[in-house]
Design a protein around this ligand. Structure first.
Ligand code: DP6
Length: 364
């Protein structure tokens, strides 16, 4: 695959390697819609928790350019042609940011620790890991000690986030143990459309240590991809109102996380999930990603919260699966509820569990 030739490249015949394990993440306030102009800039700010137990592991070896090939990609050691166009397009988009790429063929091997096609945001973990590897190799090439020094005035994590964003917007939020905010917001110091930042200040103990059970309702291909879904916001009749609402919700959610207002946190997170899906249902053409069991699970979660008073809520990403978020302190009771009440609604009884709030780790 060819990547556009960038100007001013230097001859370099060394081999550089990097490897990262990068978590997926779940948005609490959703990124849905892109700014027109610019490369993958969000129409509104979003905030997420990283899902430390659902991750991609990626290793990149940058070898002196062979046969004018920009990259070779394998998924767990096996060629995967269907992934190549997205990677080729990503490398083309970052060519002017990373002029060094022209001297190398990247040998990229990646794999997820969760099954492909379960609707978990694999592009977030995958592009997150790839962005980290490229930012690391870039530092090695520039002779800076890894994880130190700045490139284009960004530190390592910002630069990794910046590069990952260009691959997949949500990927840029996978870099931090604290909640990650992507997109300009008055409520968050240092926030930017170009990369995600960890939420500044203290987070209340009642909103730390939450966990996620992903209840797999549907493990098939989505009828509309996220990228196509974002594009439908361009001519969406409610887009302006939604972007304003997301801005407002981000401010309120951040306030709730800092003050420990769990009830308000729950209300905003669930409202965000339903707003995301309302936007899908009112796009032109309209579509629906929730399935009957998505709604059945949501109703069971509401009933359980009502009767138990426990700190838990649901969220959705762009698919049918339900993320059940809960305070890790109620783990035993919660898993009992999942196994006795929710399991029948999960496809083949499948669910995945994860902690929140872990950052990526180097593996090479
Ligand atoms: C519903 O990041 O997958 O999960 O930037 O086009 O790759 P692209 O889209 P993507 O969109 C994710 C949207 C979401 C909400 C969120 O994660 O904020």
């Amino acid at each position: 695959m060819n990547v556009e030739h960038a100007q001013n490249h230097t001859e370099n015949h060394a081999i550089y390697s990097a490897g990262y394990q990068c978590p997926s993440n779940i948005a609490l306030v959703k990124y849905w819609g892109k700014k027109s102009g610019g490369v993958q800039l969000p129409a509104n700010p979003s905030i997420s928790w990283s899902l430390g137990d659902l991750y991609a592991s990626t290793v990149v070896h940058a070898l002196p350019r062979e046969n004018d090939q920009a990259f070779v990609f394998t998924l767990g050691g096996v060629s995967k042609a269907s992934f190549e166009p997205k990677i080729a397009s990503f490398l083309t988009k970052i060519a002017s940011d990373c002029p060094w790429l022209i001297d190398f063929t990247l040998h990229i091997d990646s794999q997820n620790n969760f099954p492909h096609g379960t609707g978990i945001a694999s592009s977030a973990a995958g592009f997150g890991a790839l962005g980290l590897c490229l930012a690391h190799i870039e530092q090695l090439i520039h002779g800076a000690p890894a994880l130190d020094g700045r490139v284009n005035n960004m530190d390592f994590w910002q630069r990794s986030s910046y590069l990952s964003r260009i691959g997949s917007g949500s990927a840029c939020r996978s870099m931090f143990d604290k909640p990650a905010v992507w997109g300009l917001s008055e409520a968050v110091n240092g926030s930017s459309d170009l990369f995600a930042v960890p939420l500044d200040g203290e987070i209340h103990p009642d909103l730390q240590g939450w966990k996620d059970v992903v209840l797999i309702v549907d493990d098939g291909e989505k009828s509309v991809s996220s990228t196509d879904g974002h594009a439908l916001l361009e001519a969406h009749p409610y887009a302006g109102a939604r972007f304003g609402q997301a801005q407002k919700n981000l401010g309120l959610l951040v306030e709730a996380m800092r003050s420990g207002d769990v009830q308000r946190f729950i209300a905003i997170v669930e409202s965000e999930a339903l707003q995301l899906h309302s936007m899908m249902m009112t796009s032109l053409p309209y579509y629906l990603l929730m399935r009957p069991n998505t709604l059945a699970i949501i109703e069971k979660i509401w009933q359980f919260r009502e009767s138990s008073g426990l700190p838990l809520c649901f969220t959705l990403d762009a698919g049918a699966n339900v993320h059940l978020l809960y305070d890790g302190k109620i783990d035993k009771t919660l898993m009992n509820f999942v196994n006795t009440t929710l399991l029948p609604y999960c496809k083949n009884g499948q669910y995945l569990c994860s902690d929140t709030g872990k950052r990526p780790a180097a593996i090479v």
